[in-house]
Each structure stands twice: as C-alpha cells, then as structure tokens.
Design a protein around this ligand. Structure first.
Ligand code: ATP
Length: 361
C-alpha cells in the first residue's frame, strides 16, 4: 500500500501532540518510527489505524483519503492489521482460532485465501514456527510464542499495511533479537508496507529500509539507517540514536576547533551543516580513542563498564564528560589520566593537524 500523510496535526485539548507531519511511504517499504516516550509515535500509528482522527491534515491510502480533520474510515474498513506491545490475545481462543477469526471477519481477505483457509493457516503457523502449538491457549504459551501468535494473526490476512506498536518490548533481550529476524522474514514473505513504532534505536536501525526520528510531535530526520547513524541532521538525533558526545566549538570547513588556550583542532568529515550551525560537533563514543599523544584532550576516567567486546568509559575533560567506547578486553581503571583523540586521526596521523597542548582541567 502507498501511504501518504499530508500536513497532519493532532491536538488533545490544548496540547499539540503531532505537528505538521508530511510523509510518503511507498508500497512494501519497512519504515520505523523512532523517538522518546511521549513524542507522538503511537498517536500517529492510531491515526493510520483509524482509532484516532487528526485535528488537521489528511491520510491517503493508495491515493484515497481515509483520515481527515475529525473524520475517517473506521479501522475495520481499512486494509491493515496491527500488532500491539501487549500481544492482545484472546484467552478463550486457541492459536488456530486466533488465525481463523481475522480470515472470517477481515473484509479485504483474497478469495483464494478464504477458500483455502485451513491450508493458509497451516502455512502461516509454519512460518512463525507454531505448527506444534495450534491447539494451545495463550496461557499455555511462553512470551515469545504469544508474540508469534500476534504476528501470525496480523499476517494471516496478507494485509496491505501492517502497523506494529513496540511489538517486542515485552520480551527479554535475547528473544527480542531473535524476533527481529522473524519480523524481517515475515515482511519479506508478505511484501506488505510496514510501519514499526519503537523507542529502541538498535531495533529500528537493524530492521528498517527507512527510519523516521520523532521529537515532540515532529519528524526531525527521515533517512536510511546509515544516514541517521552516520550523518545525524540535528543534535537531538545525534544524541538519541548513537549516544553521540556533543562538543561545543567553532567550525572552519571540516575542521572543528574547541577549547581556548591553546586551541585544539580535529578534522571531522560528514557533519551536517545544520549541526555545524549550532556550533556543535557530534562524536559517537566509538569515534574516540585514548591516545599516547599528550597534545590531545586530557581527561580522567570517571567510570568504566565492561561490555564483553569493548569497555565503555565516562571521561571527565575540560569539555565535560565524554563517552568513549574502546574495543578489546584491556581495561583502564577509574582515576587514570588519559588523552582523548579521534580514532581516525590516531589511525591516520598524517591526515590531521593538531596543536593542542595540556588543556586546563
Ligand atoms: P510511548 O513511547 O511512551 O508509548 P509515544 O511516543 O507513543 O510514547 P503517544 O502515546 O503518541 O506517545 O502520546 C503522545 C502525547 O499525547 C503524550 O503526551 C500523551 O500523554 C498524549 N496523549 C496520548 N493519547 C491521549 C489522549 N487520548 N488524550 C490526551 N492525551 C493523550
């Protein structure tokens, strides 16, 4: 399904929850809506589902208006399905009955699927690995199996648009990773358009063709996972998506100058002009290293967390506390003096000019 959102706004009383959203999702695309709690993700999803109506603007499915100011096509008349955070299973229905129900009542089910419902349900249960559990009730299933039922119920009708609202957030960390693959596979098989709401950065970046970053009811950036991660358009996106450090200073082309006497300069390519204009330099924790070069930025380790293949440090510097991720098992202890530099620069020293000396801590 081709989804078009035009100048969409939503108010609850005096509070404006969505501000002038413009968005086009072509058929078959997997788009994630990523943002902090309360930024309006679920509200946008509920408008697409038909549970809420916009205050202004409109939504078009395949060119036909389905939601406009204060009105809209009801959810049961839209060719969509939804997966909720809470799974929303019916306790009195077996797994198989959960799939029979939408096939009987969803009005957009293709004739061929309806005519061969039993076979189609069998195939769908196979896809999500639930064939052995077809006659069980939700209370007889684990959390991961319940979520698979919810996914199977959503895909069994082969909807044109699948809306997913934090479908993995009730699962433990290991299961969440396994279910990501499951969802990607389901998307490949169904070929439907997917809008996936999450506040988990890694989930959104891992699965999506495109990621929309929402903040306070607006879309701050709309791009591929790599774009969002490597070329954030705003300081909010840099901090929210990759946990970037935001250093204050002045830009001269690709050279970022920070500190006072003496100056420190780092060449940082690929920073968007919109962030440069804020006088900020976003640096992901993995772009920084501890270097033996005492002309670099001095600091003292304030905290360290072991993360298996790397250690995560908090380093107190004249520019504030910087987050630095260092690969490898070797660990520097709290209280140790270090010099923080750019990973790129440490690896290609010829390409850089630096004239920093001991900065006043
Ligand atoms: P979360 O990640 O915590 O689910 P979200 O980004 O999905 O958050 P929404 O649920 O869309 O956020 O809510 C956005 C804002 O709208 C919040 O401040 C919320 O309190 C408010 N809100 C949502 N629904 C209603 C409602 N029916 N009436 C009044 N305010 C509402």
């Amino acid at each position: 399904m081709n989804v078009c959102i035009e100048e969409l706004s939503k108010n609850f009383g005096a509070a404006q929850v969505l501000r002038n959203i413009d968005l086009h999702i072509p058929p078959g695309e997997f788009v994630s809506l990523l943002g902090p709690s309360g930024c309006g993700k679920t509200t946008l999803l509920r408008i697409l589902a038909g549970f809420e109506h916009p205050t202004a603007g409109q939504v078009l499915f395949d060119g036909k208006p389905v939601s406009g100011a204060g009105r809209g096509v009801p959810p049961e008349k839209r060719d969509i399905s939804m997966v909720f955070q809470s799974f929303a299973l019916w306790p009195h229905l077996t797994v198989r009955e959960h799939l029979e129900f939408p096939l009987r009542h969803h009005r957009f089910v293709a004739g061929e699927i309806r005519a061969n419902a039993a076979r189609h349900i069998g195939e769908t249960l196979d896809i999500v690995g639930l064939s052995r559990f077809a006659d069980r009730y939700p209370s007889q299933l684990s959390g991961g199996q319940r979520q698979r039922v919810a996914l199977a119920r959503a895909m069994v009708t082969r909807p044109a648009l699948m809306l997913m609202d934090e479908p993995l957030s009730a699962l433990d960390a290991g299961l969440r990773i396994a279910m990501r693959e499951e969802i990607q596979r389901i998307h490949r098989i169904c070929g439907c358009t997917v809008l996936y709401v999450t506040h988990d950065q890694s989930e959104a970046l891992a699965m999506s063709d495109r990621v929309l970053i929402m903040n306070s009811g607006s879309i701050e950036q709309n791009g591929s996972s790599a774009d969002i991660y490597y070329r954030p358009a705003t300081s909010f996106v840099a901090r929210f998506v990759s946990g970037s450090n935001l250093l204050e200073g002045k830009w001269q082309g690709e050279t970022f100058c920070f500190g006072t006497r003496p100056r420190c300069r780092w060449i940082v390519p690929n920073v968007q002009d919109s962030i440069k204009r804020e006088g900020l330099c976003p640096l992901r924790p993995d772009q920084l290293v501890f270097t033996g070069d005492t002309r670099e930025l001095p600091g003292v380790i304030r905290n360290v967390q072991f993360q298996g293949k790397e250690n995560h440090y908090a380093v107190g510097t004249a520019l504030g506390v910087l987050r630095v991720h260092i690969p490898g098992a070797r660990r520097c202890e709290v209280g140790r003096q270090v010099f923080v530099g750019l990973r790129d620069k440490a690896e290609n020293p010829q390409a850089y000019v630096a004239d920093s000396a001991a900065m006043v801590m």
